[in-house]
Ligand binder design. Sequence first.
Ligand SMILES: Cc1cc2nc3c(=O)[nH]c(=O)nc-3n(C[C@H](O)[C@H](O)[C@H](O)COP(=O)(O)OP(=O)(O)OC[C@H]3O[C@@H](n4cnc5c(N)ncnc54)[C@H](O)[C@@H]3O)c2cc1C
Ligand SMILES: NC(=O)c1ccc[n+]([C@@H]2O[C@H](COP(=O)([O-])OP(=O)(O)OC[C@H]3O[C@@H](n4cnc5c(N)ncnc54)[C@H](OP(=O)(O)O)[C@@H]3O)[C@@H](O)[C@H]2O)c1
Ligand SMILES: Cc1cc2nc3c(=O)[nH]c(=O)nc-3n(C[C@H](O)[C@H](O)[C@H](O)COP(=O)(O)O)c2cc1C
Length: 685
Amino acid sequence: MALSNRRILILYGSETGTAQDKAEEIDRMCQRLRFHTELDAMDNVKLNDLLQDYDLVCFVVATTGQGHFPNSSRKFWKNLRRARLPPNCLETVQFTTFGLGDSSYHKYNWASRLLHARLLRLGANEVFARGEADERHDDGIDSIYQPWLKDFKEFLIKSHPLPPSVQPIPEEEPLPPRYTLSLCLGEAKSRPAPEAAVDAETAVDFPPPVLLPCPNNNDAVVISNTRVTPSEHWQDVRLVELDVSFPVVDGVAYEPLPGDRVVVYPKNYPSDVKKLIELMEWDAVADKEVFLGAKVPNGLYPPAKCTLRDLLTHNIDFMAVPSRSFLHKLAFHTTHEDQKEKLFELVQPDAAQEFYDFTSRPRRTILEVLAEFYSSKIPYEAIPDVFPIIRGREFSIANGGETLKKAQPLKKDDAKEAAEGPANDTVVCRIDVFAALVEYRTIIRKPRVGLCSRYLKNLPVGTPLHVEMKRETPPPTGSAAANRPLIAIATGTGVAPVRSLIHDRIQNSPRAETLLFFGCRNKSADFHFHEEWETTPDLTVMPAFSRDPKQAEPEAKPKPEPETEKDVPETNPNEKPLANGVLAINGTEESETPTEPVVVTYSYDEGKNYVQHVIRRNAAKVCELLKKNAIICLCGNSGRMPKSVREALCDAAVSGGFCKDTVEAEKLLFDEKDPNKVFYWEETW
Ligand SMILES: Cc1cc2nc3c(=O)[nH]c(=O)nc-3n(C[C@H](O)[C@H](O)[C@H](O)COP(=O)(O)OP(=O)(O)OC[C@H]3O[C@@H](n4cnc5c(N)ncnc54)[C@H](O)[C@@H]3O)c2cc1C
Ligand SMILES: NC(=O)c1ccc[n+]([C@@H]2O[C@H](COP(=O)([O-])OP(=O)(O)OC[C@H]3O[C@@H](n4cnc5c(N)ncnc54)[C@H](OP(=O)(O)O)[C@@H]3O)[C@@H](O)[C@H]2O)c1
Ligand SMILES: Cc1cc2nc3c(=O)[nH]c(=O)nc-3n(C[C@H](O)[C@H](O)[C@H](O)COP(=O)(O)O)c2cc1C
């Protein structure tokens, strides 16, 4: 039992669930210390709520986008930033913050830093030192989070000692669930089990097209789903065309723009759901209608009239890699003593290596863990409390301009038409999703496939979907932007938002030049859209094929980082323009005389041919466009690439004569406080 005079409020801002998971762990730690806890998404509380009689308010906040607050915390942040809040309005609030971020992003842990600074400015008191964790660390977020949590616990024990007669709740004792599930009353309604469809050899094992009530959903239908990489290439990259329907409200409908994202909610396969039901012995209730308790986990959107099987198919992420908190909760539902002990061992903060070796390294799924720990039987009532939920996956829209108008109005079924009016109350846009399927191997022999990747791989043409459109800070578009040159840098599927921008530009006239540095693996396998580029006006493409043989270049000798412009020649003599300005690199077209190696190498990309190398080699061209007020866009995978490209842009700006040194280049390209800053837009994931 919590002691009534000990109260803690735990608030989170989470985009993909990690911060929420950590906040829930803090919540359980505080409950064990007999605090009465309240846990919620930041947007679900008002500023005044902070002033209630809490001993402490703990914020757990991730950063998303390019230095943005997660969706579930933006309303709160907007309120907190209001200029007319009195300077000491939070002076009675005791708080701490924990930030989750990734140091490969330019605005590392931006949201938690902004929040922390603002709370202090409004007079709140930091009673326990803030923590800040980096996803890039060897052990990920946990490397900082686990020691921080341990210290935070020590702090609470010292600052809020329990009366001598009261002990903390031991780790081995389960806590009451925060979220619950029940069978619908009135002789629980059920639906026939779709067993036959799953078992029959001819039946297709694919989730049913049930539409989820996800936020701001738009009706969509799959028009095509085509693999664009050759079948013999290891990577399956697909172009999925969707017709998305936008309601006209007061004569206006949503207009998709470059930089927008479509959110797709993936689903589990019926055969896996069946396996889970059998493992957990839920057969008797699997096709009964269920309802969730008053409190529902943030981001859970169950279908209408939902059976347990529906919930498992559409909402419960049992193919995810298990978190510590999942394994901890699982231990309470495990009867075999050795298995229980093993689970408790794995979640100990000092067992980081064992935990990593068991979970992230092989990328074991929850389903596999449940099969291994065969004595674990989670009661169905605990499902929303124990399992993570499926989150929507974002995809940058890959087209724009006139191509959005290819769609036909969607035909509505009668019930929908009666409720919402005829289809001409909507505008339908053809939206391209360009997806690289996540398929890889780990130390476990079985290949791993991302949840959404598996869903997209077999998503049939004609499938109805509910998708959400998201817009954060879009890149400049329209005639004013088209009048300025564009320097675009994209790797892999990062070409998606760039293609959208290019489509937008070519519908404008007059139009300045576009220079695209595109990084992919092979000219023959994943030089995406190269045919389209050949007929695109005012576009020059400079590809960097990272895995094609470097025929013309001698073995690259390690070179120091360039300090002066003489390290970086203006152009690579092995780069030859093709028709319409598309370039071929490294002797894949007939090459001229081989010269000294020009690839500037860092230890990790030594000998590679990446976009950053091509940028450096074409410093003069980059600077010519920068002098004409160019816009820069960088899109693709997060990790090392964005930082390396930003460095290459600075180097090119110096060696090409746009800036006197890299300090000035840094300022002009990336310092948001500089009034002369070049317009720079980044979208990396
Ligand atoms: C703003 C934004 C725009 C995006 N736009 C696009 C886009 O246009 N096209 C596109 O394809 N994707 C895009 N994505 C990524 C997309 O949302 C999904 O993350 C991606 O499709 C993978 O989802 P999944 O469910 O298949 O994989 P998940 O089941 O979520 O698994 C992904 C996880 O698998 C692990 N993983 C991946 N590869 C490996 C590996 N080789 N070794 C070990 N572990 C690995 C990583 O931990 C990764 O986090 C975008 C993301 C964002 C945030
Ligand atoms: N093993 C796998 O199955 C595997 C491998 C990679 C990606 N993926 C998945 O596929 C998704 C998207 O793939 P994608 O093809 O769109 O993009 P990508 O993996 O980012 O690759 C695109 C290009 O970027 C290059 N690149 C890699 N590191 C770089 C760096 N530091 N600087 C500059 N360029 C760099 C790659 O070269 P190199 O590859 O030659 O280094 C490749 O030519 C990823 O999110 C990942 O999950 C799976
Ligand atoms: C699309 C995307 C954008 C991100 N942007 C940033 C960023 O700008 N700064 C940062 O420090 N971390 C960034 N991150 C890292 C996340 O903050 C980190 O992965 C965190 O653990 C996610 O927590 P969540 O699951 O609660 O959203 C980003 C992650 C993703 C997937």
